[in-house]
Design a protein. Structure first.
Length: 270
């Protein structure tokens, strides 16, 4: 029975990996992690800047909020170019994941880490927050939505160096951005136009070593998701007990025998 459950779990993970495309942040982060050529290709096409020269790129970079209890973020891709400009690239399958205020928050978290003590504000380099969304979340049918600040009283840009870009992943034109979005939706490397992307997808989905890493990442994500659900359920139970029985958090947790480790986690959320 146990052996059969294990086989079923393995088949489930294998199927998940088979169904993945670059619209899945786990695969996307791995394909672009330390992949300078693929990141250059992506940014040059989306931003229409042939002079972008990426010098570093990492996948799944976590930013801790400096405020105790503040919201932390995990970036799909964080890149830097030769001029010091920073880029955060995110893929989102659901519109709520690309909320306009998330773009604002991510941008602010990037900016807060770009200046060192003693540097002047004028030394702050440009930052680009790029969301690649599976659907056209703004509904105007165009491939790219570029957001920059402007003065309301007269038609002139407010050049603070902060840029937000949304890419419509459902765009299917024959131009470069259309081919790029086509490639993001492909499940097999043979169907991908750009070799820089095909190479990475082939490695993590079709070659033994890379596929093993991808399967392990899927399993880890499933475990983390299950753990989050468990803690959410525990938190809800404690809150309900506090409300109905008029107990303190400590009393409610003791009543349902919450472990010491879980108590520490819950106290940060209650």
């Amino acid at each position: 029975m146990v052996a059969e459950e294990i086989r079923q779990d393995i088949r489930t993970v294998e199927q998940i990996v088979d169904d993945m495309s670059l619209f899945d942040d786990d695969l996307m982060s791995m394909v672009f992690d330390r992949n300078i050529s693929a990141t250059n290709l992506l940014l040059r096409i989306i931003l229409k800047k042939d002079d972008i020269d990426v010098i570093s790129v990492v996948g799944q970079r976590e930013f801790q909020n400096p405020v105790v209890g503040g919201h932390n973020i995990r970036l799909d891709i964080l890149a830097k170019d030769s001029t010091g400009r920073h880029y955060n690239i995110e893929v989102q399958n659901k519109p709520e994941g690309a909320h306009v205020r998330r773009a604002r928050f991510n941008s602010s978290m990037m900016d807060s880490r770009m200046l060192k003590e003693g540097q002047k504000f004028s030394e702050l380099r440009d930052s680009y927050m790029v969301f690649i969304t599976h659907t056209d979340i703004f509904g105007h049918g165009i491939p790219i939505y570029t957001v920059n600040r402007y003065f309301e009283e007269f038609d002139a840009p407010f050049n603070d160096g902060s840029h937000i870009v949304y890419v419509n992943g459902s765009y299917a034109g024959e131009d470069a951005i259309g081919k790029l979005m086509h490639d993001f939706g492909c499940k097999e490397s043979k169907d991908i136009y750009y070799s820089e992307l095909a190479k990475g997808v082939k490695h993590f989905k079709e070659e033994e070593g890379g596929r093993k890493i991808m399967c392990e990442a899927v399993e880890k994500y499933a475990e983390q998701k299950a753990e989050r659900k468990r803690v959410d359920a525990l938190c809800e139970a404690v809150m309900n007990l506090m409300e109905t029985m008029k107990l303190s958090a400590e009393q409610a947790m003791s009543a349902i025998k919450v472990s010491e480790n879980d108590k520490e986690i819950l106290l940060k959320r209650l």
